[in-house]
Design a protein around this ligand. Structure first.
Ligand SMILES: Nc1nc2c(c(=O)[nH]1)N[C@H]1C(S)=C(S)[C@@H](COP(=O)(O)OP(=O)(O)OC[C@H]3O[C@@H](n4cnc5c(=O)[nH]c(N)nc54)[C@H](O)[C@@H]3O)O[C@H]1N2
Ligand SMILES: Nc1nc2c(c(=O)[nH]1)N[C@H]1C(S)=C(S)[C@@H](COP(=O)(O)OP(=O)(O)OC[C@H]3O[C@@H](n4cnc5c(=O)[nH]c(N)nc54)[C@H](O)[C@@H]3O)O[C@H]1N2
Ligand code: SF4
Ligand SMILES: [Mo]
Length: 744
């Protein structure tokens, strides 16, 4: 008998709605569901991924049963074990290790927003470990932190046709990273006659639509933002009434930006002075100006916090805060917030202080969070905690390598592939290989899974419900139900952490047996029941603007949830956590020693600036390389540069190049792209899922893995952000083709 069941794709953050035709518990067909959010036929027509859902359900390369390592670590020898055996074993090791070293000896690793991470965080909190290693420091956290500490909460762009007169797209390329509604909205916007400014070293698809493209030198965006403010203040384009009433420290800021003249910024940033002036005027003169920033400025090491702070100030002095067409301060969620789902309050003070970040990254730490919480919670909103306290990989790896300040001996890897996506693959590999226990929850035998002790088979989209809430800083959530029970012995991440938790005496904390029940309970306070949500696919509340003007209990306007109740152009808070009152640009860090540069030059190579990981369809980080159609269309990992740069270096498109830093090297195929000169842009995430996992090749992850070149050494002093952009390498031609070129 056939049934039609609603469900959702999860191959990108849109979670598009589908209808599954189900026969005997198996999905036999999948088609778009026009009746539910978020349906858009143009998105689906442009999306090459959604058809993978059907194949992935029963893909030959899926992990379907719990696996236990039998050979040496990384030898790819496994035995199939029952769930009970795997979970009992894991709990037994965890107990032993915690007894010996304390619960903080267990670390976890997460990646991009693939799964709901609160079940992992809840488990870790109740276990007593504060050490969740993530990538938040280079994705999302810097912006959330700086917005929250400047405005009292996070802000989102509010692009409104007819109202938004100017849009800045800053270090993000939605054409590739978000090939969907947002990208389409920008295409529409660019046709509207309103001004579009794109700040990106590469001439991306969105840059090609822009009125002004500023091909900024990587890592210099803070200086650029300060120069915009210089022009806006000099030409009196500020929103005087808003600044007087709602901004703290304007005179200090005005004095600070005096030296950042457009002429100076033009030199530092490598863009024309006249374009800096023009762009600043467009932003300053607009009735409503919106700004969207991305990973380009999240991953610039020491410059990350000042850049985001400068952007906050730019919005504030032009009055573009919590205003329709400009940006909106999100509201606290009506559903149970992520921070409550995480149960971070259950993590005792003696465990919090043991977090490896303590005193090393004073904002991105439990003390930093508590200090910030006391301020931002004034207006009833609380930031998610586990993301914003996530432990710096540099410190976790050091604790694995040296046992300092205490040994980290166990690791749970949840929905991430650190051997491809974390910085410094050689270091990550060596540190992980020396651990006593590695548990990986994944769909596939990734290079990281291949060095685990246990690989646990996880239920993916279609097999599990989705309630996507984006870390819980906004009042909306979307997704829908599972169409089928998980195939084979796969389980949801939730069930795995619940089962581990129950074995460790956490029964009380896991009342809901299934993820669906847990989501239903999370949604309940909204008044919308799970069935209604599944029918609509969305819980949404329209944004409200100018919330600072609303009267509080004393009748006075609520203002902003900051130390001063105003937007802090000059920060009263950041100096307490290692930051500065005003945004000050930092320098550029080199990953190449003089010896390395000299050696490369002796071999005919050159020293060049590098950015890594600019998003490209159809892949996503280290995912979807197992799709043969994708591989045929995008067969080789590339290093891109401008035509002039390639000519100057004597490199022609299609040749093989080796890139190296002091950390290591990797090989790519040279391609020409429109971008600023003297810069190379390098793909990330490349490996061969079709090769044997484990030693010696580890799925080919050593060959073209740009993270063999990067480092996670703490750079930014408050958050610890390292750099994937604004770095450097040496580059030289090599004669042998790489495996992707010779069809291996
Ligand atoms: N050099 C360089 N490095 C970077 C970046 C860069 O730009 N340059 N970008 C960084 C950024 S922003 C990010 S977010 C990270 C991304 O880093 P990762 O998140 O590590 O990257 P993915 O390859 O997407 O890995 C996701 C893994 O999770 C599995 N998975 C997917 N969904 C689920 C699920 O629901 N449950 C479980 N258990 N597993 C699941 C997939 O099979 C895959 O193996 O990379 C970072 N690293
Ligand atoms: N296809 C695909 N889509 C993805 C992902 C994926 O791996 N593949 N990953 C997802 C994840 S985890 C994330 S975080 C998002 C990221 O999504 P985006 O934020 O859109 O990330 P990118 O496409 O890498 O865009 C970053 C842009 O910044 C530019 N850039 C680099 N350095 C600098 C700099 O110093 N200054 C400025 N101004 N610009 C700079 C790059 O040239 C690039 O065009 O994408 C998500 N979507
Ligand atoms: S990959 Fe993204 S855009 Fe494509 S169908 Fe899936 S959720 Fe929608
Ligand atoms: Mo990310």
């Amino acid at each position: 008998m056939q049934e039609i069941k609603p469900t959702n794709c999860h191959y990108c953050g849109y979670c598009c709605a589908f209808l599954a035709t189900v026969e005997d518990g198996r999905v036999v067909d999948l088609s778009p569901d026009p009746s539910r959010y978020p349906y858009d036929d143009r998105i689906l027509a442009g999306c090459r991924r959604w058809r993978m859902n059907l194949d992935a359900l029963d893909g030959a390369d899926r992990v379907n049963y719990p696996l236990r390592r039998v050979g040496e670590r990384g030898a790819n020898q496994w035995e199939r074990v029952s769930w009970d055996e795997a979970l009992d074993d894991i709990v037994c090791s965890l107990r032993e290790l915690a007894q010996q070293h304390g619960p903080e000896t267990l670390a976890s690793a997460i990646g991009g927003p693939h799964a709901s991470f609160w079940p992992l965080h809840r488990f870790m909190n109740l276990f007593g470990s504060p050490n969740n290693m993530g990538i938040g420091q280079i994705c999302w956290n810097p912006r959330i932190w700086m917005d929250a500490l400047t405005f009292g909460w996070t802000v989102e762009a509010d692009i409104t046709p007819g109202l938004t007169e100017c849009l800045f797209i800053w270090g993000t390329n939605p054409a590739q990273s978000d090939n969907s509604a947002f990208w389409r909205a920008i295409i529409q916007f660019s046709k509207s006659g309103a001004a579009l400014v794109v700040i990106d070293p590469r001439r991306t698809q969105v840059a090609a639509l822009a009125d002004i493209w500023l091909p900024v030198r990587p890592g210099t965006d803070c200086t650029l933002a300060l120069a915009f403010m210089h022009v806006i203040i000099e030409e009196n384009l500020i929103d005087r009434a808003f600044v007087d009433e709602w901004c703290h420290g304007f005179d200090e800021l005005a004095e600070h930006v005096e030296k950042y003249t457009p002429a100076y910024a033009a030199q530092v940033c490598g863009v024309p002075e006249s374009d800096i002036r023009k762009a600043a005027r467009l932003f300053g003169e607009a009735q409503a100006a919106a700004l969207v920033s991305g990973r380009g400025i999240d991953q610039v090491g020491v410059n990350v916090a000042p850049t985001h702070r400068a952007i906050c100030c730019l919005r504030a002095i032009t009055g573009n805060v919590d205003k329709q067409g400009a940006c909106v301060l999100a509201e606290a969620s009506d559903f149970v917030s992520e921070v409550v789902m995480e149960m971070t309050d259950a993590l005792a003070p003696e465990h919090r202080v043991r977090c490896l970040n303590t005193r090393r990254t004073p904002l991105q730490s439990y003390e930093g969070y508590e200090k910030a919480r006391a301020i931002t919670e004034k207006l009833g909103r609380r930031l998610p905690e586990r993301y914003l306290t996530s432990a710096a990989p540099d410190l976790v790896l050091r604790a694995m390598e040296t046992g300092e300040p205490y040994p980290v001996r166990a690791l749970i890897v949840n929905a991430t592939n650190p051997l491809l996506t974390y910085a410094d693959t050689h270091r990550v590999f060596k540190a992980f290989m020396g651990l006593d226990l590695i548990v990986v929850l994944d769909y596939y035998m990734t290079p990281t899974a291949s060095i685990a002790d246990y690989v646990l088979p996880i239920a993916g989209a279609i097999e599990r419900p989705i309630f996507q809430v984006h870390g819980g800083v906004a009042n909306n959530g979307y997704g829908g139900p599972a169409a089928v029970a998980p195939y084979y012995e796969r389980r949801t991440d939730y069930e795995v952490f619940r089962e581990l938790g129950i074995r460790l005496g956490q029964e009380q904390a896991w009342p809901e047996e299934t993820l669906e029940e847990a989501f239903a309970a999370q949604l309940a306070p909204t008044g919308m029941d799970w069935e209604t949500y599944c029918r609509i696919g969305l819980y949404y509340q329209p944004p409200a603007y100018q919330k600072h003007l609303k009267p509080g209990s004393d009748g006075a306007p609520l203002g902003f949830a900051t130390t001063t109740g105003k937007i802090e152009l000059a920060s009263e808070f950041l100096p307490q956590v290692g930051g500065t009152r005003l945004p000050e640009p930092g320098g550029h860090v080199s990953l190449c020693s003089p010896e390395l540069v000299a050696e490369a030059e002796a071999q005919g190579g050159a020293h060049i600036r590098m950015i890594t990981g600019s998003r490209k369809q159809p892949y996503n980080a280290s995912m979807y390389f197992n799709n043969p159609a994708f591989r045929e269309k995008s067969p080789v990992p590339v290093a891109e540069m401008s035509e002039d740069t390639a000519r100057n270096l004597g490199l022609e498109p299609g040749c093989t190049v080796e890139l190296a830093t002091d950390q290591g090297s990797a090989r790519f195929v040279l391609a020409i792209a429109k971008m600023r000169d003297d810069l190379v842009n390098v793909d990330y995430g490349w490996w061969h899922p079709e090769w044997t996992p484990g030693a010696p090749e580890f799925g080919g992850m050593w060959e073209s893995n740009v993270n063999c070149l990067t480092t996670c050494t703490l750079a930014e002093p408050m958050i610890g952000t390292w750099s994937y952009n604004d770095i450097d390498c040496v580059i030289r031609r090599v004669d042998e083709p790489i495996s992707w070129q010779n069809g291996r």
